[in-house]
Design a protein around this ligand. Structure first.
Ligand SMILES: NC(=O)c1ccc[n+]([C@@H]2O[C@H](COP(=O)([O-])OP(=O)(O)OC[C@H]3O[C@@H](n4cnc5c(N)ncnc54)[C@H](O)[C@@H]3O)[C@@H](O)[C@H]2O)c1
Length: 261
């Protein structure tokens, strides 16, 4: 998918990777760019610099996602590319409360489902449309410090796979963005996993460049850290060995006393 003259929505567009996507997409001269975020003021600033329109949207609410899409359609016409990018991180495992798990599910996963559900019928009618799902390397591998993050990112990839298989022949394209560390607010804080991810962390602009390339070639996986493909192959090649390696890494990072041990 090339972005010139396209109508694009980016959720979580106010900061980090989403902001970099908006800035980068603006260079491709889209017909319309919607910067959607729960943080309207910052979304507005990003929209101003990327010739876009800011919309306040809490992606965890289905009605907000529907309203966002309706607003994009009435302002610019049919949505060509929906970038489900908003996300949250939280540390912890099974012991987190149901409310915390629910929040992770809603923001990191159900928001993607809401967009797919709202857009698939009109995309099928037109025979075209594209979803970019920001998942994470944690969706292919795991995130040692967070069960909800790992689970919800796996769920995103599962949904994206399903959509790609089910509707791929009817003109609907899907890509999953699966970076490791990216230097955004999400990668802040004092934690051994954060320190480890910082060693290979990319700037958000580098990720955005990769996305534009990945969309142009319409690859399902967009991997700004190419080594993730190798880790994923190792996991598939010998799951037990991979689990053993991850346990060792957990010990090396001194996480053994942190969660459900
Ligand atoms: N930073 C990393 O290391 C990294 C790595 C892999 C994947 N990701 C994924 O990239 C995506 C973007 O994260 P980021 O690193 O740019 O973090 P970030 O915190 O800088 O940006 C997240 C954006 O999402 C918005 N947001 C949060 N909850 C929302 C909601 N309910 N409704 C609408 N907007 C909401 C925030 O306001 C913010 O603008 C996330 O899905 C994240 O899981 C990040």
């Amino acid at each position: 998918m090339h972005l010139q003259d396209k109508v694009i929505i980016v959720t979580g567009g106010a900061h980090g990777i989403g902001r970099a996507l908006c800035r980068r997409f603006a260079n491709e001269q889209p017909r319309g760019l919607i910067v959607a975020d729960i943080d309207f003021e910052s979304a507005h600033a990003v929209a101003n610099e990327s010739h876009g329109v800011a919309v306040k949207c809490d992606v965890s609410l289905e009605q907000d996602v529907k309203n966002l899409i309706e607003q994009a359609q009435s302002t610019f016409g049919s949505v060509d590319l929906f970038c489900a990018n908003a996300g949250i991180a939280m540390s912890g495992g099974a012991e987190l409360t149901n409310d915390e798990w629910q929040q992770a599910l809603q923001v990191n996963f159900l928001s993607h489902l809401y967009a797919v559900r709202a857009l698939i019928p009109s995309m099928l009618e037109r025979g075209s449309g594209y979803f970019l799902h920001t998942a994470s390397a944690a969706g292919l591998l795991t995130e040692l410090s967070s069960a909800p993050y790992s689970v919800t990112k796996h769920a995103v990839i599962a949904l994206a796979e399903w959509v790609a298989i089910t509707y791929g022949k009817q003109g609907i394209g899907v890509s999953c963005l699966c970076p490791q560390g990216v230097k955004t607010r999400m990668l802040q804080g004092d934690h051994p996993v954060v320190d480890m991810l910082h060693e290979t962390a990319l700037e958000p602009q580098q990720v955005a460049d990769c996305v534009v390339e990945g969309l142009a070639s319409e690859h399902f996986l967009i991997l700004p850290h190419p080594e993730v493909a190798e880790y994923f192959q190792r996991k598939a090649g010998d799951y037990d060995r991979w689990l053993g390696g991850m346990r060792k890494l957990r010990t090396r990072l001194k996480l053994d006393s942190t969660t459900a041990d």
